[in-house]
Design a binder for this molecule. Structure first.
Ligand code: ACM
Ligand code: ZN
Length: 511
């Protein structure tokens, strides 16, 4: 049950309950419908009561979940009945909430009061905070943890189910081409395991309101039960430890060791589960002191890891991994774990060296806090940003520019700087509007050597990765400054018009 949004199927059956009166068809595609229950119609309130009454007759639970998420307000803004209700109730836009959000709060409060009269408790998605929480309602925090934190501070109970950790409909590998189609995102096993449900922002008293943790697995992209199992397993095992293990006792390595025997049980029971855990996990550090890229490899249990650096397929006689690998030149790392003579899938990581690789980078303007990763050295870590903006390879800026100073450590002949940007207009990610390269011998006085102005994006400009090469006559420099100006005012054709766009940048290459 979800109300007042996600109601298209109900509207198809009862068109008189929608703002426009329909006709409506059962929703036939992914996404969110603008057509929702009309909040200005008394028949809708009776409908809600009748549906909830039937639900409570079917389910004896203490809690009844009423939804409340993803309810667009476009119909309500235009609907005379909804607007009349707003007027009658004196609902006003204030404190960051629109009159229509307050109207949603009115609907949820109605449902909640009705459930209370039947002796049940209401639970709803964190949107029910918008426009005022219904008295006594429990909140499921799905859009990250912020809603849960706010609700706990208002003395409401909370179930944490943040899509930043616990959406099992998200991908569990970045190699999306070899995964079944999913809604997006990236939540590998380790990320799920790392979740700590008690937010640091809460006092011990407030934290008492965090009554549980839940993962969500929306199945609109999962046509079969086997597929659903694959998305759930073994992430649900990580969720279990999040729930029952004290944070100081959590140990991911130990968990993956034990998971091997759990997956033996999955095998015996014929469960379909994701096997990434058996593969080699490759992680990369920059050592800016020695100008090296340091490669670490792990896998579950005590399996042997064997690898190559030339892109060839590892075999049982390839080099055995015994500890961190220190690279000073480009490499195509391929690694496999061997268990009982059987090899895992191959893990790949290409490292591309140039004169800036593993050099220290100072950022003169801050990144967006969600897209900071390892800070400036993310731009020179030998890992060239690919795929989506959220892979951890791309630094993201919003309202600020990329203004990076790379220290090559010694005077170096340079004649070219290149960088990539990642554009995804639907996520408010735009291209740079200008790129300037300047050089310096002392890190104080910089001389501009190249400048490239870029046009504003148009509605049908392509999304994807753009590479910009800025060439100049060869000069000796120790410091290179790259200033990529972000889109400070999103063009009029976009929903975010006038606001700053995101800028995503990766790997700065100096030649
Ligand atoms: C949700 O995922 N829309 C609660
Ligand atoms: Zn209406």
């Amino acid at each position: 049950i979800d109300l007042p949004g996600h109601m298209q199927a109900a509207l198809a059956a009862y068109p008189e309950l929608g703002c426009t009166g329909g006709p409506y068809k059962v929703w036939q595609k992914w996404g969110i419908s603008d057509d929702v229950l009309c909040a200005g119609n008394d028949k809708v309130m009776t409908f809600i009561d009748n549906v909830l009454k039937e639900v409570t007759q079917l389910f004896p639970s203490k809690y009844i979940h009423v939804g409340g998420d993803e309810c667009p307000k476009v119909r309500w803004k235009e609907c005379p009945k909804c607007q009349a209700r707003i007027k009658a109730l004196h609902l006003e836009a204030k404190d960051g909430h629109s009159a229509e959000e307050r109207l949603q709060s009115y609907v949820i409060t109605h449902a909640s009061n009705y459930l209370k009269s039947l002796g049940r408790n209401t639970i709803g998605w964190d949107e029910i905070l918008e426009g005022g929480l219904a008295e006594g309602a429990t909140v499921m925090s799905w859009r990250g943890e912020a809603g849960g934190i706010a609700a706990a501070k208002q003395n409401h109970d909370v179930v944490m189910t943040p899509n930043s950790y616990l959406y099992f409909d998200y991908y569990q590998s970045l190699d999306k081409a070899n995964e079944p189609l999913a809604i997006g995102g990236y939540l590998p096993l380790q990320r799920v395991y790392s979740y700590e449900p008690m937010p640091k922002e809460l006092t011990a008293d407030e934290a008492r309101h965090i009554i549980g943790v839940q993962a969500n697995i929306w199945t609109e992209y999962m046509p079969t039960f086997k597929h659903m199992q694959y998305m759930a397993l073994p992430r649900v095992a990580a969720l279990s430890e999040v729930q029952w293990t004290q944070p100081q006792l959590k140990d991911y390595n130990d968990f993956t060791n034990r998971l091997i025997s759990l997956t033996n049980l999955y095998d015996r029971l014929g469960y379909n589960y994701a096997k990434h855990l058996y593969n080699v996990n490759i992680s990369i550090d920059s050592d800016t002191k020695w100008r090296e890229i340091v490669v670490h490899m792990t896998t579950a249990g005590d399996a042997e890891i064997r690898y190559t650096l030339d892109g060839s397929q590892p075999t049982a006689s390839s080099t055995l991994y015994t500890g961190a690998i220190h690279l000073q030149k480009s490499a195509k790392i391929r690694a496999t774990a061997f268990r009982n003579g059987k090899s895992s899938q191959v893990s790949s990581q290409d490292i591309v060296f140039n004169k800036a690789t593993a050099c220290q980078v100072k950022l003169l303007q801050p990144t967006h806090k969600s897209y900071t990763y390892n800070g400036g050295v993310t731009l020179t870590d030998g890992l060239v940003g690919d795929k989506g903006f959220g892979t951890g390879r791309w630094l993201g800026f919003s309202g600020n520019d990329l203004e990076a100073v790379i220290d090559l450590k010694k005077p170096t002949d340079v004649s070219s700087v290149s960088l990539n940007t990642c554009v995804e207009k639907g996520s408010w990610i735009f291209d740079a509007r200008n790129i300037e390269v300047s050089v310096s011998t002392d890190g104080i006085a910089f001389t501009t050597v190249a400048n490239k102005a870029l046009p504003a994006l148009e509605k049908n400009s392509a999304d994807g990765i753009n590479t910009y090469d800025l060439n100049f006559s060869q000069t000796k420099a120790r410091y290179i400054k790259v200033h990529a100006t972000s889109e400070h005012s999103i063009p009029d054709w976009h929903a975010g018009k006038g606001k700053p766009g995101f800028l995503f940048v990766d790997e700065i290459s100096v030649k």
